[in-house]
Every structure is written in C-alpha cells, then in structure tokens.
Ligand binder design. Structure first.
Ligand code: PEP
Length: 243
C-alpha cells in the first residue's frame, strides 16, 4: 500500500486534533504504517495520548540547533515529541514566508543529520508549466535542495504543482506519473546513486474522487493531502482508496 500523508496546514486546535484522532484512528487501524499527520508544532503534544504506528510530522522547523531565533522550533524539540517526519520546501513556505532554495537546502541537511525524515516539496508555477519549463524548474529545485547532501539510502519527495494546491484543479494522473518518473531519475543522478530508494508523493487538490486514479500510477508512491485531510471520515476513505 502507498503512503497517505495529511497536511493540516494552520487548521485545528489541540482539542480539534484530539477529536480528529479519536475519530480516524479506529477507521485506519490496519493501514497506520502508511499514514502520517503533519500538524502545527503547538499541537504535537496531543499525539502523546494516542498510540499507533502512524507517523507524526512537523510542518516546519529551523535548521540551527538552538539559540537566538525567536519564534522558531528546533529539530531536537521535535524529536522529544516523537516527530519522525518534517515537510521541507512546501510552496506556502516558499511563497508566503519567503523561504529560499538556500534555506530549504540547509533545512533538508539538518533534518537528515538529526534523524528526522524530510519530505521535500517541489513544484512549478502555472506560468512555468505554460511556458513549457516545468521539468527544468523541478530539476533546478532538486539540484539546489540536494546539492550538499551526502550519500542517502532513501528520500521522500512530494511533487506539488503550485497551481494545483488548494485550487480544485489537480494535475492529471498521467502528468503526475511523467513528472514522478523524471524526479526519480534526476534525484538518482544528482546523488549519484542508482540504489537509492526515492518515493514520490503527489499533492495538489487530491480528494475522495481522484485519489484512486493517482494511486493507480506506478510512479505515484503516495499522496500528500491538504484540504481533504481535514475531515477524518474523508481522509480515512482516501487512506483506503487503493485497498
Ligand atoms: C498541501 O498543502 O500540501 C496540499 C496538497 O493542499 P491541497 O490538498 O489542499 O491542495
């Protein structure tokens, strides 16, 4: 079965997350290993009261270990809250918070060093797709993020075309398949490793109706779901869409 990751973005209070987990966990018991929940850092403590094999994900962190970085959260703080995964390079962080490719590279390396598995998010804008440069943009984002990374055994990438995120206008499963194949080849060539296991998730307006179609694609190793993950009943169905 393929991975199903939920990105709650800036939604749900701690009590909301508690109700959400109480509702969804009994529904996805057999599939927990493939599921991860990416919640705002302030709510991560809630997971202490829920047992299971699902992944606990952070949406953000800073690459420095500690110090005068007011408002930021370190990887060691996340580790104490049992976080095993973290988003890096989400387009909302690139666009709204001005995260540069340089910062994204530093965050990726810091997460790997700390033993938290980064989920590197990449994607082209609508203008870039229409100009026919989507593949070049993706290659350049990968090069800039992975430039300082040493040998790796595995890596998770989320391909999220910016124009598809939250727009109700997903990529076609065929376009995602093509791009995922390209991403896998490019990552292996940048890191000079043919043995590296690269999983590529698709994200961008995934919903109950289209999840199954994406999951049929051989190079789509899973989904990163934003809006449609906020309803536990809906997300439980997406989790089971390829079962
Ligand atoms: C996301 O935020 O990673 C995402 C894919 O959002 P949505 O599913 O709402 O498009």
């Amino acid at each position: 079965m393929k991975l199903k990751f939920a990105n709650f973005k800036m939604n749900m209070t701690a009590s909301g997350l508690r109700s959400y987990l109480s509702a969804i966990l009994p529904e996805i018991k057999e599939y927990e290993k493939q599921v991860a929940f990416f919640t705002p850092c302030v709510n991560l403590f809630v997971f202490r009261d829920f047992e299971g094999e699902f992944g606990i994900g952070a949406q953000n962190f800073y690459f420095e270990e500690k110090g005068a970085f007011t408002g930021e959260v370190s990887l060691s703080m996340l580790k104490e809250l049992n976080v095993s995964l973290a988003l890096v390079g989400h387009s909302e962080r690139r666009q709204i918070f001005g995260e540069s490719n340089e910062l994204i590279g530093k965050k990726l390396s810091a997460a790997l060093k700390a033993g938290i598995e980064p989920v590197l998010c990449i994607g082209e804008s609508l203008e870039e797709r229409q100009a026919g440069v989507a593949f070049e943009v993706i290659k350049s984002q990968l090069r800039l993020a992975l430039g300082n990374v040493d040998k790796l055994k595995s890596l998770i990438i989320a391909y999220e075309p910016i124009w598809a995120i939250g727009s109700g206008n997903p990529a076609s499963p065929e376009d995602a398949e093509k791009m995922h194949g390209f991403i896998k080849e490019t990552v292996k060539s940048i890191l000079e490793s043919s043995e590296l296991s690269v999983k590529v998730l698709y994200g961008g307006s995934v919903n109950l109706e289209n999840a199954g179609e994406f999951l049929k694609m051989p190079n789509v190793d899973g989904l990163l779901v934003g809006g449609a993950s906020l309803d536990p009943a809906k997300f439980a169905k997406i989790v089971k869409a390829d079962c």
